[in-house]
Every structure is written in C-alpha cells, then in structure tokens.
Design a protein around this ligand. Structure first.
Ligand SMILES: NC(=O)c1ccc[n+]([C@@H]2O[C@H](COP(=O)([O-])OP(=O)(O)OC[C@H]3O[C@@H](n4cnc5c(N)ncnc54)[C@H](OP(=O)(O)O)[C@@H]3O)[C@@H](O)[C@H]2O)c1
Length: 275
C-alpha cells in the first residue's frame, strides 16, 4: 500500500509519513519544491493525505480531486473538517477526514487522540486506516464534520482566544513578565506557559483555526456575554451575586470537579518539583 502525503515536507506531513512507514506502508510526498508534484502523488498513492496549511487546503484538494478514482482513499489532516470534507467529496474517491488532536512534537501516537470524520467509505477501508493509528496507540473519536467543527469552536477556538486575549490584556497592563514570574503561583506559571507556548508557534495556524471555523463567532458571542456579566458582578462588590455565579458554574461542572482537581494537582506538583 502507498500513502501519498501532500505537504509531506511539513511538520505534520513528516510525522504521518513516519506513522505509515512504521505500519509497513510505502510513502511518497510532495511539497511546493519537491520533484514529485501534488498531481504525481495523487496518481501514485492508494491513500492520498493532504497536510498543507489550512488556508491552502481547499485549493489543493480542488486541484487533485478530479484525478482520484473510486479505488483510492482521500484524507486530510486539517484542523477544520466541513470545508475540506466537502471539497474531497467532489472526487470519486472514498473520503475520510482526519484531525490529529496534537502537534508534531509528540514522540509517537501513544495516548494521542485522532478525530475521524468518515464521509464516504466502506467499513473495511475505515477499519484498515484506523488500525494503522490504533496499533500505534492512538485513540480514535468518530464524528461528523459539522459536529467536529462545532466542538473545535470551543476546544480550540475559545481556548486559543482566551489565551491570546489574556496575553493582550497583560501586555496592556504594562506588567513585566520576567518580574511577574518572581511573584508567581504555580497556576499563574502554568497559564503563562500556555500563553508562551502559543506565541512561540505559527500565527497562521491559530489565525485560521479562529477565523475560518464558522462556528467560532457564536461561541465568542457567548464568551463576550460571560465576560461582561462577570465583570459587572465583580465591580458590584456584591458577595451574594458572586456566590450565585460561582454556584451555578460549580453545579454545571459538578461531575468534573474531582478529576479536574486531581489532574491539576499532578500538574502543579510537576511544575513545583521542576523548579
Ligand atoms: N501543527 C499542528 O500543531 C497541527 C495539529 C493538527 C493538525 N494540523 C494540520 O496539519 C496541516 C499541516 O500543518 P503543519 O503544521 O504540518 O504545517 P507546515 O509545517 O507549515 O507544513 C505545511 C506543508 O504544506 C506544504 N504546502 C504548502 N502549500 C502547498 C501547496 N500549495 N501544495 C503542496 N504543498 C504545500 C508545505 O511544503 P513546502 O513549504 O515544502 O512547499 C509543507 O510541507 C494543517 O492543515 C493543520 O491544520 C496541524
């Protein structure tokens, strides 16, 4: 079996080429400067995996979709699923959208989650592909492109938005980051670690995740309401209103509170012992 990776010179493309090679597949790759073109790879491979930046994905899919036959499998790794899957369905191939819920720095698939959105494929094709990932330790979550993008608006969109908004707010306060770390609690250090981690990466990826997911504006509207409501309660100085706000949220998250505390205790102990 041949896995053809378009964008196979990039970070995720290289990682997944290694995954298929470990599973005994042959791999061929293209980038913008490789000898093999995207069209060569699309014609040679049993499974074609598109791993190019989000903003280039639909265009690359549209370029190669007419070349694929019913005997091929068409996949992508994009962090959004509705638009890429729709574009892949214009081909005659079997179509399975994929979203690895991790970055290229992980050592292996062990313990990592991949969301799969099978859109047109036989059970056998799906099982063959997913067994490549499962045998290397990945957990698979099956979803639809629409549910995936709605979930990602919260899991990635809101999370990255809050982290970036916090970075901007702290910058606007004029706080010296190095100095603040001398005053730090473990929680501040962990949260600032997440700020630094995002800002050390590619703005293009985070911009696309926020700007191209149609479900993000709705989630940000709820966030804006929440910020204004909480600010108003804080500025009111009314302890009862704050209690009420806190209790409503504690009730909503009740089933998660114990495991959340245990997991973050581990994280805090790790951060404290690493200093
Ligand atoms: N990085 C992450 O944390 C992460 C996590 C989950 C999913 N993803 C998804 O993985 C995909 C790739 O991300 P990445 O981080 O690996 O990006 P990357 O390192 O920038 O790699 C992108 C690749 O696409 C190639 N490329 C760009 N335009 C192309 C075109 N028109 N035709 C062919 N190749 C083209 C680049 O090749 P050349 O520069 O060699 O031409 C490079 O090999 C994205 O869809 C992203 O949403 C990323």
């Amino acid at each position: 079996m041949i896995a053809g990776i378009i964008g196979g010179t990039g970070q995720m493309g290289r990682f997944f080429a290694g995954v298929f090679q470990t599973a005994g597949w042959e791999t061929v790759v293209s980038g913008r400067r490789t000898e093999l073109t995207n069209r060569d790879v699309a014609e040679m491979a049993d499974l074609v995996l598109v791993s190019v930046p989000i903003r280039a994905t639909a265009e690359v899919i549209r370029e190669i979709a007419p070349l694929l036959s019913e005997d091929q499998v068409f996949c992508d790794l994009t962090s959004l699923k509705v638009e890429p899957v729709r574009a892949m369905l214009a081909s005659r191939a079997e179509v399975i959208g994929l979203h690895p819920m991790f970055g290229p720095g992980v050592a292996s698939l062990r313990g990592q989650t991949i969301v799969a959105t099978p859109a047109r494929c036989s059970q056998e094709t799906l099982d063959t592909l997913l067994s490549v990932f499962r045998e290397q330790g990945a957990e698979i979550t099956i979803s639809t492109p629409e549910d995936h993008d709605r979930m990602m608006a919260v899991i990635q969109g809101l999370t990255h938005f809050v982290t970036l908004a916090k970075a901007e707010a702290i910058r606007r306060t004029g706080t010296d980051i190095a100095e603040s770390l001398h005053f730090t609690s473990p929680i501040y250090r962990i949260e600032m670690g997440l700020v630094g981690r995002i800002l050390a990466q590619d703005a293009g990826l985070y911009g696309a995740i926020l700007q191209m997911n149609p479900a993000v504006p709705e989630v940000l509207a709820r966030f804006e309401e929440a910020v204004l409501a909480l600010r108003e309660i804080v500025e009111s100085g009314d302890a009862d209103r704050f209690q009420e706000f806190f209790a409503a949220n504690a009730a909503h998250y009740a089933s998660y509170l114990v495991s959340a505390t245990e997991e973050t205790d581990d994280l805090i102990n790790h951060v404290v012992s690493g200093r």
